[in-house]
Design a protein around this ligand. Structure first.
Ligand code: BDR
Ligand code: CA
Length: 313
């Protein structure tokens, strides 16, 4: 059984990913670490604790992450228009009883990776700040951690916060660049993949009618997320970003990938842009790029299978 730590900013698609994870017999969720992104970090922590209470899984520790970016001069922008002002689809959430553990997210990540070298998969569903801090603080972390599956980036397609950038990378681009160039085993699942994974209105209808453990709860959260997608993309469905990354960690055969260097633009109009270079084409000025370790970038996905698994679980 794979040990998984979910680093997250819940978030409606984060909530789906967490519940799918808890229903996946192939993995064991050994902790949740929180980060700003869709909401600020304090609310991410509250939402994570709330979701675990809903699931009856308060045995899983929650470690609170960074409140600030590594990138200098960033102010945090929440995504209330996508996920509702408090992240979970404008539901009235009563304060959870549980509390986060004493350790910070970064301390927890470092500790678990060194306790189980090569055995932990971190599924990163928000900005990469906690993980970049772990890489900076512990020179062994990039080797100790088994794999980091990142929901992030837009590889040769437009972004979703602006034409250049995907939200998780945009909100701390320096952190993302640290993770992608760290030498860790990274699999990036970007918008080129997740924009193919669409949960339809009729899927939502099925959830609303289902007696499945999390189905009705999620169908309510999804209303806000559907409204955003209708307005922003005029689609009749929503993108399952975070559940796709989670399921790629559970079942690697859902995606195929290509290997090469990923660098992130950290300044200017194109801040948050992710560039993938497969090291095949020869340029005159390429030394700096080739010196960097390769990561895996997902290039195809079995979208119907992802939707089926998400719905089933
Ligand atoms: C990512 O940004 C957040 O809004 C979602 O939860 C997902 O992690 C998609 O760009
Ligand atoms: Ca997320």
């Amino acid at each position: 059984i794979k040990k998984i730590i979910i680093d997250t900013d819940p978030g409606i698609d984060d909530a789906i990913a967490i519940f799918v994870a808890l229903q996946s017999p192939e993995i064991e969720v050994i902790g949740i670490t929180t980060i700003f992104g869709n909401v600020h970090t304090t609310l991410s922590t509250r939402n994570a604790l709330h979701l675990l209470e809903i699931a009856g899984r308060t045995d899983i520790p929650v470690a609170e992450g960074s409140h600030v970016t590594i990138t200098e001069g960033m102010k945090l922008q929440s995504s209330g228009y996508v996920h509702g002002t408090e992240g979970l689809g404008n539901q009235n959430i009563s304060p959870p009883k549980g509390k986060p553990i004493e350790q910070t997210a970064t301390e927890f990540l470092i500790q678990q990776a060194s306790l189980y070298p090569g055995k932990i998969t971190v599924v990163a569903l928000g900005p990469l700040t906690n993980i970049a801090l772990a890489i900076q603080l512990d020179p062994g972390f990039f080797k100790n951690v088994g794999q980091i599956v990142v929901l992030g980036g837009a590889f040769a397609v437009n972004g979703n916060v602006n034409p250049a950038a995907e939200a998780n990378i945009f909100k701390d681009p320096t952190a993302a660049d640290i993770v992608f160039t760290s030498g860790a085993d990274v699999l990036a699942v970007g918008l080129n993949i997740t924009h193919q994974v669409i949960l339809t209105d009729s899927d939502r209808g099925e959830l609303a009618k289902s007696n499945g453990k999390f189905a009705k709860y999620l169908s309510k959260l999804l209303n806000v997320y559907f409204d955003y997608h209708h307005t922003a993309y005029s689609t009749r469905g929503v993108f399952l970003h975070d559940p796709t990354a989670l399921l790629a960690a559970v079942n690697p055969s859902l995606v195929t990938y290509s290997e090469g260097v990923v660098r992130v633009q950290t300044v200017g109009l194109t801040k948050g842009l992710t560039i993938f270079y497969n090291k095949k084409k020869r340029y005159d000025e390429v030394t700096e790029w080739c010196a960097r370790p390769s990561v895996k970038v997902a290039v195809t996905v079995d979208a119907p299978k992802v939707i089926t698994l998400a719905m089933e679980r």
